[in-house]
Design a protein around this ligand. Sequence first.
Ligand code: GAP
Length: 440
Amino acid sequence: MTQLESFDKLVSLAKRRGFIFQSSEIYGGINACYDYGPLGVELKRNVKDIWWNAMTRDYDNIVGLDAAILMHPKVWEASGHIAGFTDPLVDCKKCKSRFREDTLPEENLTHRKCPKCEGALTEARNFNLMFKTEMGALEGAGTEVYLRPETAQGIFVNFLNVMDTSRQRIPFGIAQIGKAFRNEITPGNFTFRTREFEQMEMQYFVEPENSDEWFETWKQRRLEYYDRIGIKRENLRFEAHGPNELAHYAKAAFDIEFKFPIGWSELEGIHNRSDFDLKQHEAYSGKKMMAMDATTNKKFHPFIIETSAGCDRTVLAILSQAYEEQTLEDGSERTVMHFHPAVAPIKVAILPLMKKDGLKELAYEIYDDLKKILPAFFDEKGAIGRRYRRMDEAGTPFCVTIDHDTIEKGTVTIRDRDSMGQVTIPKEELKAWLLERIYV
Ligand code: GAP
């Protein structure tokens, strides 16, 4: 039994099976950008759907939003991103490698020698991580816009719109899933740090005096989400940001970290952002960003509890945890992806034992019926053992074989991906049997 020690094997399985491809691969690829293939897109969609439901269906005071990626340039002045969303960058004068100064080992910092070739390093200069582009046909002053580096600002600037139109009162939340872009200096580790990625962010607006309590509540609620998508508690931990690590807006911050093959690393940030964002946007836009206290009728600036998860990182965590290489009792080997059924891209495969005797047609009928309610897959090609292996690599939790007993006795055999155990049930019960085990 082998668990992942690095991302290498995952990268090759992801490509081989159609989870994740390098972007623009036929042109040699583009650094730190990835495309999700047929299995990957289903997996990612499940992660997003379960997140969306956990936010907007579990609670009646969280509503959704889908804000534009391009925003008024003043947003980024108000948010502090133009002045402060920078990394200190150093270059090696000899080999021209580029590093983030804050990630260099102590000895390189003291001697200012390149960790790769021992050449001399330049002084650090601040590099803004936002991607810039021009809006409209006219180049020049006033047309510069940015690709958003976080989805959060779309929520803050719509605070009044959403509160008024959805008739929410404090406390309430706004949830959003969308792309964000950062011109990372040191992207890498597969999809862990990329330049284009997707965030799942929920901003919860609360009374200032209750913000510590809500912060704790959301820490717990977020763990429950990870339970639902099958991430084991033993692979998760909270890491508090020390006073020196706190972002400019944060009153308190915890990361949820996952035990990746590269070590414990951030999956999600939970922040008490205080009233920083609303006050900033009030100052820059001139619009009062306040809510009304229901009992006193006084206006106040709500505090914001933010839960900010990386969708791609969550998918990477799921892939990392799921991967296992096994040597079976008969000496054969299999690679199996132990996805929780709720996130598995394909839930069930329908496999006729043979093509003849009407088995194929009957299997297709069962598949055709199932695929209306579940992502199902039909595979008639190759020996049954090979077909099981293919489904193990795709992480399909259940394979249903259709054999002569299906014709004679009306039963189907279900094979479990993880235990490889089999059960036989009447074919009429198949739908209910599967639904009970798949959805959370
Ligand atoms: N609105 C707060 C915010 O954006 P963040 O900690 O900078 O906070 C939140 O980002 C999450 O977004 C991270 O925990 C991570 O999962 C994901 N993320 C950030 N930068 C990323 C990158 N370059 N590639 C992939 N995911 C990233």
